[in-house]
Design a protein around this ligand. Structure first.
Ligand SMILES: [Cu+2]
Length: 160
């Protein structure tokens, strides 16, 4: 089902690009990847993250924490069939903000590992453990809990 949708979208984009080339119209570039045709569509507008949050049960858009110098994200929050969630899974912060991940002690051992390798916590199961990272550069960093990534324990930090 999801695969079909993607195929359709790709076909649509290709067709649209061809049409654009043929008619010589070169407008409509939003600068954000261009895939704006279903911004309010499936999975709460996940187009911003290329499907990163497709199977993340507690994803409900990006929590705005701009204007704060320190933001806490819970590790091992309820979600994804157990205590296998980050809460909130997606946050928006200003450059220079420190994100502190705090372990609940539930759901076994978790870690916080950036997809781009920019940070990696220890694998820990104890309540009250913390790990922090300061985000100086703008952009989106996706991260996972390695043992529970497939269950949907994924997160992202959007730095403005
Ligand atoms: Cu985990």
């Amino acid at each position: 089902m999801a695969r079909d949708t993607r195929l359709d979208r790709r076909t649509f984009v290709k067709t649209a690009a061809t049409a654009t080339a043929l008619t010589g119209i070169a407008g409509c570039l939003g600068g954000g990847g261009g895939d704006n045709d279903d911004e309010n569509g499936d999975d709460g507008g996940d187009t911003e993250f290329d499907g990163w949050f497709d199977n993340v049960g507690n994803f409900d858009g990006v929590a705005d924490h701009t204007g704060e110098s320190e933001v806490t994200v819970t590790v091992g929050a309820q979600g994804n069939g157990g205590a296998f969630a980050f809460d909130p899974p997606a946050i928006r912060v200003d450059a220079g903000t420190t994100v502190v991940w705090e372990w609940t002690g539930s759901g076994g051992s978790h870690n916080v590992v950036a997809e781009d390798g920019s940070f990696e916590s220890d694998l820990v199961g104890s309540e009250g453990h913390t790990f922090d990272h300061t985000f100086d550069a703008t952009g989106t960093t996706k991260y996972v809990c390695t043992p529970h990534e497939q269950q949907g324990m994924r997160g992202a930090v959007v730095v403005e």
